[in-house]
Design a protein around this ligand. Structure first.
Ligand code: ZN
Ligand code: MN
Length: 442
């Protein structure tokens, strides 16, 4: 047990899936497109171009804030965050400083503990840089693709309320589910649609925030966040034990070497010379507009899990699996409705969806109920006969077994067929397949 308590907060950037960009009419659907094909004077930062805020993006940002139990400011504005970097053509990012759309929210995790959401604000994404080694000589070339420049970005900042990486991961998973349930982002981390930045420090007295914090930038997987946190806690503890205070800085995560490395000494907010964006009037919302948006926030995953657990007498585990995404949850509920007429219970439906790994896009709820009924009526055979048949089929099909062992894995289906034939289909093909694999691989 370490004598230090980890103090962790999170900043998460999420790209919204709006049709157009945040301040211009260019398409925001840029992933994998020809570089610089989705650009205009606004998102290229050309002089004189004027930004016009995207209403849908702002509403999506508000929905996220509402779903995170934030207070919504009836009056807010955009600000310029000034810094120089080649991915930022204007020399500033349009963001929100002291009047974010949402603040003072919270989220409750599975253990019943609440974690504070400091703010939810709206900003724009930057261009994408790629660094290449030149073909002619060894000089390095950097290319800028402005397709991402100006894509709507929501930043969600938490309080430093996390003390272990397990709750960090759960929070991030919840947040990803939440924006998917709201249907405002796909939050696909491999495409960079969700980017994670933990702030990490260690405190001797957990009631008092340490005098420093280390921010690890732009991590693109939950697993890497866990690894980066573990690495940082270890690194910082060693420094503290030597009587040093870790430097307040921004670090990067090197996924190949599994370590964090120093990028720059952390800047303070006033280094950014924030000032109100003069080209965009303040944004106001009436009480009615806010309550309309609130009514558009659907039942979220945590509530749905509780309801499935109680209303359908499912185990907490099954309820959690069925509500991981809205499509599966809706599919399950429509099947339950149909099943009622045929005396099929929600539990039986859940069993089939979860255990048989039903492809819900390819099977109507009608067909699913049919499948449940078949499963229920399926005659079964004893374990003794099944086991005997499996070994018999393996013995009689030496060539197929040899082919399988030589790497021709599809042969297994032939063996499954032989077993099925011999027992007249009185067992589940998937189970037979698994059993055969176990025997053949041992
Ligand atoms: Zn544009
Ligand atoms: Mn940001």
């Amino acid at each position: 047990m370490s004598k230090y308590t980890p103090i962790i907060g999170l900043e998460t950037h999420i790209e919204l899936k709006t049709k157009s960009k945040m301040f211009c009419s260019c398409s925001a659907d840029y992933f994998g497109k020809q570089p610089n094909s989705h650009t205009c004077p606004v998102c290229l930062g050309l002089p004189g171009a004027l930004p016009v805020p995207n209403r849908t993006a702002i509403e999506s940002c508000l929905k996220i804030a509402l779903a995170l139990n934030c207070e919504i400011s009836s009056f807010s504005k955009f600000d310029r965050k000034n810094y120089f970097y080649p991915d930022l053509p204007k020399g500033y990012q349009i963001s929100q400083y002291d009047m974010p759309f949402g603040k003072n929210g919270w989220i409750e995790l599975n253990n019943g503990q609440k974690f504070g959401i400091t703010r939810v604000h709206m900003e724009e994404d930057t261009a994408k840089l790629s660094h290449q080694i030149g073909k002619q000589n060894e000089s390095q070339t950097s290319l800028v693709d402005f397709n991402r420049s100006g894509v709507p970005l929501v930043e969600i900042v938490t309080e430093p309320d996390f003390h272990d990486s397990q709750s960090v991961t759960e929070y991030l998973q919840r947040l990803q589910q939440l924006v998917r349930y709201l249907d405002v982002s796909s939050a696909d981390m491999e495409k960079g649609e969700m980017r994670l930045e933990p702030n990490i420090s260690l405190a001797l007295n957990p009631k008092q925030l340490p005098a420093y914090k280390v921010e690890v930038k732009n991590i693109n997987s939950f697993r890497f966040v866990e690894k980066a946190i573990a690495y940082e806690l270890n690194r910082q503890e060693k420094l503290l034990e030597k009587g040093e205070t870790p430097r307040q800085e921004t670090r990067g995560w090197d996924e190949k070497r599994n370590l964090t490395f120093s990028q720059r000494i952390k800047e303070e907010a006033n280094d950014y010379r924030y000032f109100p964006e003069p080209d965009i009037p303040p944004v106001t919302f009436t009480k009615e507009e806010i309550s309309t948006l609130k009514s558009q926030v659907p039942e979220l995953q945590s509530e749905k899990t509780k309801r499935f657990h109680l209303d359908y007498s499912l185990s907490a585990y099954d309820a959690e699996i069925l509500t991981r995404d809205r499509v599966t949850a809706d599919y399950f509920e429509s099947a339950v409705l149909l099943g009622k007429e045929k005396n099929v219970s929600p539990k039986q439906i859940a069993n089939v969806i979860i255990n048989k790994k039903v492809d819900i896009a390819g099977m109507s709820s009608d067909a699913l109920i049919q499948k449940v009924l078949e499963t229920l009526q399926k005659p079964t055979i004893s374990e003794e006969i099944l086991s005997k048949t499996l070994h018999e089929v393996i013995r009689k099909n030496e060539k197929a077994v040899q082919d399988y062992k030589n790497g021709k894995e599809t042969v297994i289906m032939f063996l499954v067929g032989q077993v099925m034939k011999s027992i007249q289909g009185k067992a589940d093909a998937n189970i037979i397949k698994t059993r055969l694999e176990i025997i053949l691989k041992s």
